[in-house]
Structures are given as structure tokens and as C-alpha cells.
Design a protein around this ligand. Structure first.
Ligand SMILES: *Cc1c(COP(=O)(O)O)cnc(C)c1O
Length: 392
């Protein structure tokens, strides 16, 4: 055996996540590992919960980090709220709504799909039709920020409609948390989940979730046991819960929690609203450069996510070859299209610590260099100036 230490290159991460991790966060991870029941660790857990309430804009006591990636946060919401036979209206406008449907089915629930075109937001009128046609529905689920397309849906309006028809709401905020306006309490979101590696710019592997009292009441009155032992909030709360005895449930990923703690401290230092604004300002600068080059956005301006930019590929260009040259020659990662958009768009992420002026200029200049060399039909020599004037 001649395997030695793994030393990854330093990349600039401008795909759909993970995003660039600030050195403060990676160095927090390197601090000494202590026991997950150590009083010092327990004190830090309380701070993490408080800061997550700040990030979600909620007073929900059941606001905790699940020890697994965003997909486990999704599963936590579904397995706790959906029982066999329950009808769940799932709004799908991209990849992640499809995963919600899978979750409903695996809980023994009955999904009712409300489909919108990829790249469009969820249409409230279609949701309302589905609610009227299914008065026995228990839950409405949708993705706030569809990372597969770059479209943002109107979470406030969708939640209002759901409540008017006595449904609970499950909202995917994996890509929105920290990057665009999100107000759990004001918008009446009942259950929500996110991830650490997108706009929080933390290392991957933890999923913040939050449940309000209405959702907790439903969980308490379940007729059946939650099918997942690990994700059953009744059991998890023995460890994370308010006034919990901090009983052993599982070994928390101790050092990953240090990282999350540090990323939330940084979010507080910046200010949540300032972070939303930074994501928007940097999006406008990238957009100025991309459009000057002659590429287009596939999502209408009104519903465009600042942190995930889906842009068209010039005719005749091998999009995978471009991505691989950016990665190999410039250590720059951008994302490919997914599902219905595979081969049709690039997804350029400006999430968290990746949302910075230098990344925008790097991305525009290297993309232009590679596309020019490939003979693509783009406007040359104008993108950087356009972005720079937008940055001022
Ligand atoms: C990334 C993402 C997920 C999944 O998160 P993982 O941490 O990869 O499991 C779920 N929903 C959306 C909208 C995402 O962008």
C-alpha cells in the first residue's frame, strides 16, 4: 500500500453547493474534540439553537441541527408529520419537489402533485385548485428556493393558502437560509429544513430544522410510531430539546457543530438582512457581466434567486468541456444543469462566502477566456467592465 494523506486542491466553489468555506470555519473545526455530553459542548449547543432561531426568524423552541445533510432535514419533516394514508400536496417545479414526493410515498402517504414548469415559481392558483379538489389534504410541501433551476417561490402566499384550507406546511429552505428573505414566524411556516453548505457557507453534513407548536401538536397526536428511529423528533428532543436531560441519543458530529456555530456567529456579525442584501448586490454584478457577454438567464427577473444563477449555453458549445476546463485550468467549479435542464444551462452559485466580488470577476474572466478559445459566439471584452460598474 502506498496511500498517503489526501490533499485536495484549493478550489473556488461557484456551483449549487457546497460553497466556499471561510477559513474561520475550517479552523473552528480543527479545535479539540470534546465529549458530546460535556457541559461545555451542551452550552455551545444552546447557542447554536439560539442562533438558528435568529437565522430562521423564529421563536420556535424546536429549532435544532439534525446531524446529517439537508436530505435528512427533508426526511425529518416528512417522517414526523406524515402518517400512512395522509394526503400531502407537493408542489414541484424542479428536482427537489420530486424528492418530496418520494418521501411522502415512503411514509405511506398519498402525494397529490401540483406541477409547474422548471424555471418557473410554484403557481399559487394551481395550489389553490388542488386544495379545493382535495379538502382532506393534511400537508402542503414546496421548495422555497429551487436550486435545480434558480427559481424562488412566494413562500408567504403559499403558506397562507395552505392554512386557509387547514393544511400544515413543509418548506425546503436549503438554499434560501441566509441568502434571501425568509421569515418562518411571520409567514406561518409550520416545518422547515435547511442545510449548512449553501448560504451559511459551512462545511456540508448538518441540517437545521424548525417546527412550530402546530406541527408539534400533530406529531404528539400521531396514531403510529415515526418510521425512522434516528429522525424521530420525540427521541431527538431528549438530547437537543429545551429542558432536556441531554440523554444520549446519538453522538453529535462534535467538530462539525463547532463549524456551524462559527458560521452562525459570522452571520450574526454581518447581520441577516445585510447578508440577504449582499447576495442580491453580487447577483446584480454577475448578471451585468453575464448579460454583457450575451448569455441569458432562464428564470424571469421577478422570481430569480440571487444565489443560484441558471444561464444559457452558447450554441454549439460543449458545456461539460467548459466546466472541466474551468475546474482543471482555473480551479473554478460551476454547476451543470439537472434533470430537465441537463445540458441546457450552467448553474453559477453565489452562496455565502462564495458571494464575493473577486469570485464574480474570476468567473466572468475565465468563462470568457475558455468560451473565446472554443470559438463561441459571445461579446468579448465587455463582461468585466459591466460587472465592475455594477459593483461600485
Ligand atoms: C442541496 C439541496 C438539498 C439537499 O441537501 P443535501 O445536503 O445535499 O442533502 C435539498 N433541497 C434543496 C433545495 C437543495 O438545494
Amino acid at each position: 500500500m502506498s496511500i498517503t494523506s489526501f490533499n485536495p486542491p484549493v478550489r473556488t466553489l461557484m456551483g449549487p453547493g457546497p460553497s466556499d468555506v471561510h477559513p474561520r470555519i475550517t479552523s473552528a473545526m480543527a479545535r479539540p474534540t470534546i465529549g458530546h455530553l460535556d457541559p461545555m459542548f451542551v452550552g455551545m449547543m444552546d447557542e447554536v439553537k439560539q442562533m438558528l432561531q435568529y437565522a430562521f426568524k423564529t421563536e420556535n423552541k424546536l429549532t435544532i441541527p439534525v446531524s446529517a445533510p439537508g436530505s435528512a432535514g427533508m426526511e425529518t419533516c416528512f417522517v414526523n408529520l406524515v402518517e400512512p394514508g395522509d394526503k400531502v400536496i407537493v408542489c414541484q417545479n424542479g428536482v427537489f419537489g420530486g424528492r418530496m414526493k418520494e418521501n411522502v410515498e415512503r411514509c405511506g402517504g398519498v402525494p397529490v402533485m401540483v406541477e409547474d414548469d422548471w424555471g418557473k415559481p410554484v403557481d399559487p392558483a394551481r395550489l389553490e385548485e388542488a386544495l379545493k379538489a382535495n379538502p382532506d389534504a393534511k400537508v402542503v410541501a414546496f421548495v422555497h428556493a429551487e436550486t435545480s433551476t434558480g427559481a424562488q417561490s412566494d413562500a408567504k402566499t403559499l403558506c397562507e393558502l395552505a392554512h386557509k384550507h387547514d393544511c400544515l406546511t413543509i418548506v425546503d429552505a436549503v438554499t434560501s437560509l441566509g441568502g434571501s428573505e425568509l421569515r418562518v414566524d411571520d409567514w406561518g411556516i409550520d416545518a422547515i429544513y435547511s442545510g449548512t453548505q449553501k448560504c451559511l457557507s459551512c462545511t456540508p453534513g448538518i441540517s437545521p430544522v424548525s417546527f412550530n407548536d402546530r406541527a408539534i401538536e400533530v406529531i404528539k397526536n400521531r396514531k403510529t410510531k415515526v418510521q425512522s428511529w434516528f429522525l424521530d423528533t420525540n427521541l431527538v428532543m431528549g438530547y437537543w430539546g429545551p429542558n432536556a436531560k441531554r440523554a444520549y441519543h446519538h453522538t453529535a458530529p462534535v467538530n462539525a457543530m463547532y463549524a456551524l456555530h462559527e458560521s452562525l456567529v459570522m452571520l450574526q456579525e454581518e447581520g441577516l438582512e445585510n447578508s440577504w442584501q449582499r447576495h442580491m448586490d453580487n447577483h446584480m454584478a454577475l448578471r451585468a457581466g453575464i448579460e454583457a457577454m450575451g448569455l441569458k438567464f432562464i428564470v424571469d427577473e421577478a422570481h430569480r434567486l440571487p444565489q443560484l444563477n441558471s444561464v444559457t449555453i452558447p450554441d454549439g458549445v460543449d458545456e461539460a468541456a467548459v466546466r472541466s476546463r474551468l475546474l482543471n485550468e482555473f480551479n473554478l467549479e460551476i454547476g451543470a444543469g439537472l434533470g430537465a435542464l441537463a445540458g441546457k444551462v450552467w448553474r453559477i452559485g453565489l452562496m455565502g462566502h462564495s458571494s464575493r466580488a473577486e469570485n464574480i470577476l474570476l468567473c466572468l474572466s475565465t468563462l470568457e477566456a475558455v468560451l473565446s478559445e472554443m470559438g463561441a459566439d459571445i461579446n468579448k471584452g465587455v463582461a468585466l467592465a459591466a460587472a465592475q460598474s455594477a459593483l461600485k
